[in-house]
Design a protein around this ligand. Structure first.
Ligand code: SF4
Ligand code: SF4
Length: 267
């Protein structure tokens, strides 16, 4: 069975995968595989950009997304006349002819991966470029994969991809069994800059400890006085900063967002 594996940490946000998808599908009719994608309004491959934290402690993360070719696909469940089907290789396809007028297929996808083509009166989405996999072209992978010059998006048989069970999927709570796997999805962080107001200096080498129900995490302030507690679960935290016999405690939370705590006076 085929799968996608996306190594998010190496993604530079160049959007070449998204552009490759557009180049492959906009204005091109791939028959039973896919009708032409409109020039605007649809992103079968989409690079989501997340700006995280608070100035000056900010990070930008990019997460490429597409149809997850779910093993338990809600879009298939609502489709009539076999308009959405799973191939032997695992790819989930929409038959453009059979799917005419079936707008419920768009609404059924919890990932919002299906788009409605008003002009053609059909739902459309990523096909895994099945026409390339089956055809005579030299490219034997989806165009997003071929277009990514830093090999962030991989596609192939599960065994070839070296999946070891540590990969993540988007929204596992949906129970859809996605076949698009991720490594390095962004996790929350808490960051700040520690300074000593009495000395009017940043504090290097302060020990920073975050304690919460989810565990205990450590960091040390660098030569700029900055600390970054990385890869935190979504949780409430007691953050303690200690240096030179001084100690400061801050209550904070990463349940809904990353935290840039700004300048912190150690008194
Ligand atoms: Fe269907 Fe959406 Fe899953 Fe793709 S991501 S298989 S469109 S439910
Ligand atoms: Fe990221 Fe590769 Fe897409 Fe560029 S082409 S945005 S590096 S996945």
């Amino acid at each position: 069975m085929k799968a996608f594996l996306i190594n998010v940490k190496n993604c530079v946000g160049c959007h070449d995968c998204q552009i490759g998808c557009k180049d492959e599908h906009c204005g091109n009719d791939w028959g039973e595989y896919a009708a032409p994608q409109p020039e605007v309004g649809q992103f079968w491959c989409k690079v989501n950009q997340y700006e995280r934290g608070h100035k000056p402690h900010v990070k930008v993360s990019y997460v490429p997304t597409m149809c997850n070719h779910c093993g338990n696909a809600p879009c298939m469940a609502v489709a009539k006349d076999g308009a959405v089907y799973r191939r032997e290789d695992g790819l989930v396809l929409i038959d453009p002819a059979k799917a005419k007028g079936q707008r419920q297929i768009v609404d059924a996808c919890p990932y919002h991966a299906v788009y409605w083509n008003e002009e053609l009166n059909i739902p459309q989405k990523c096909t895994g470029c099945a026409h390339l996999l089956d055809g005579d072209e030299p490219i034997k992978v989806p165009r997003c994969v071929d277009n990514c010059h830093v090999d962030v998006i991989l596609f192939g048989e599960e065994e070839e991809l070296g999946l070891d069970g540590t990969e993540e999927v988007l929204h596992p709570e949906y129970g859809t069994k996605p076949r698009v796997f991720y490594r390095g999805l962004p996790k929350k962080f808490i960051a700040g800059t520690v300074f000593d107001p009495a000395e009017d200096e940043i504090v290097e080498g302060a020990t920073v400890t975050a304690i919460g129900e989810a565990g205990t995490y450590f960091a040390t302030t660098d030569s700029w006085g900055d600390f970054w507690l990385r890869d935190l679960p979504d949780a409430d935290w007691t953050v303690t900063i200690e240096a030179g016999g001084k100690k400061k405690t801050i209550q904070t939370s990463t349940v809904s967002e990353d935290k840039g705590l700004g300048d912190i006076a150690l008194v």
